[in-house]
Design a protein around this ligand. Structure first.
Ligand SMILES: *[C@@H]1O[C@H](CO)[C@@H](O)[C@H](O)[C@H]1NC(C)=O
Ligand SMILES: *[C@@H]1O[C@H](CO)[C@@H](O)[C@H](O)[C@H]1NC(C)=O
Ligand SMILES: *[C@@H]1O[C@H](CO)[C@@H](O)[C@H](O)[C@H]1NC(C)=O
Length: 306
């Protein structure tokens, strides 16, 4: 059986529910490692790309690599800001605070890029965390997703909302079922209307963002305000800003140190601080400039692998 056929067979059998418990067809690797095949999604640490769509060397841009190159590098968690397009409220654009400041194109193009990448990489699970800066109605997100041919079929739909932290499938289960894309939205999700876009803050809490202290020593719960850590996964905002004339911009020069695996202010150092507080490692560490430092080395070691 060819590789492509195996993927197709897995998707079919997965859809019929045959492969939920075991890997009958022998999933060799999941996100590059056999160990992740049997690990629950909620027990894996992912390094993620913050503002993944803002690519370039301007102060409003957070990444050097485009989204396909980030995925090719090994990043499996993409965060992106959405806003209403100027002049057309029914179109979602990837803009930085405002579409006048930075417009990285329509959300539909970004989703198409992710969909194509999933087509070509059958053993990979990817997560999208979108923000809804203009409080656009969830139906517009639904229309945008369903407008990308074949995309929605890839999206994992939890069996209940919110799914309990211990009930998340393993990466092997997700791959077997062919549901290899997980989607969260920060504000405005409504799973009664669009069942595959999960409410971020029912599942996660986040540490403070727009951090300008390079020691990254603050793991407090910033959002949702007053939330309990109990029962939630968590996202650590590990990207450093520098204040230029009162405006916070990504600290590009510090990225090598910020994104190091170990050392003062590194990914590993902040993960250790947060782990001491919450007794588990972060589920996600969002980073600017994912091509700098050693994000994937940090991810491997936070997952207890070498
Ligand atoms: C993304 O980056 C890669 C590597 O630099 C490049 O080969 C590719 O053409 C880029 N894709 C787009 C759509 O710009
Ligand atoms: C950590 O960040 C929060 C903002 O979310 C702030 O209220 C708190 O004072 C900070 N703690 C320290 C020790 O800086
Ligand atoms: C996964 O579980 C192990 C063992 O309990 C724990 O040490 C680790 O922190 C957990 N990681 C996450 C992201 O939950």
């Amino acid at each position: 059986m060819t590789f492509a056929n195996q993927g197709w067979t897995r998707a079919l059998l997965g859809a019929l529910g045959f492969l939920s418990a075991t890997n009958v067809l022998g999933q060799d690797t999941c996100n590059g490692r056999s160990e992740y095949c049997t690990r629950s999604y909620s027990n894996i640490t992912f390094v993620g790309s913050h503002d993944s769509a803002f690519v370039g060397d301007l102060p409003t841009q957070n990444q050097n690599l485009n989204v396909t190159a980030q995925l090719d590098l090994g990043i499996r968690y993409l965060q992106a800001q959405t806003h209403k397009s100027i002049g057309d409220d029914s179109v979602l654009e990837l803009c930085h605070t405002s579409c006048l400041l930075e417009d990285a194109g329509p959300l539909s193009d970004f989703l198409g890029t992710v969909k194509s990448w999933l087509d070509g990489n059958p053993d990979e699970v990817v997560t999208l965390l979108l923000t809804n800066g203009d409080s656009v109605d969830i139906s517009v997100f639904g229309d945008t997703f369903s407008g990308v041919d074949g995309l929605v079929n890839y999206i994992y739909v939890p069996s209940s909302q919110p799914l309990a932290i211990g009930d998340w499938p393993t990466l092997g289960d997700l791959i077997s079922a062919g549901t290899r894309l997980i989607v969260f939205l920060d504000y405005g999700a409504n799973t009664d209307t669009v069942n595959y876009i999960n409410d971020e803050f029912s599942y996660y809490f986040e540490t403070p963002y727009d951090v300008t202290d390079s020691s990254f020593s603050n793991c407090s719960i910033d959002r949702p305000p007053g939330a309990s850590a109990e029962g939630r996964m968590y996202i650590v905002n590990h990207f450093l800003d520098v204040d230029i004339l009162g405006v916070d911009v990504p600290d590009r020069d510090a990225a090598g140190t910020t994104n190091a695996a170990t050392g003062d202010g590194s990914i590993g150092a902040q993960a250790d601080e947060c782990e001491a507080l919450y007794k588990v490692n972060p589920n996600v560490l969002l980073l600017d400039f994912v091509d700098q430092g050693d994000p994937l080395g940090a991810q491997t070691s936070l997952n207890g692998l070498s």
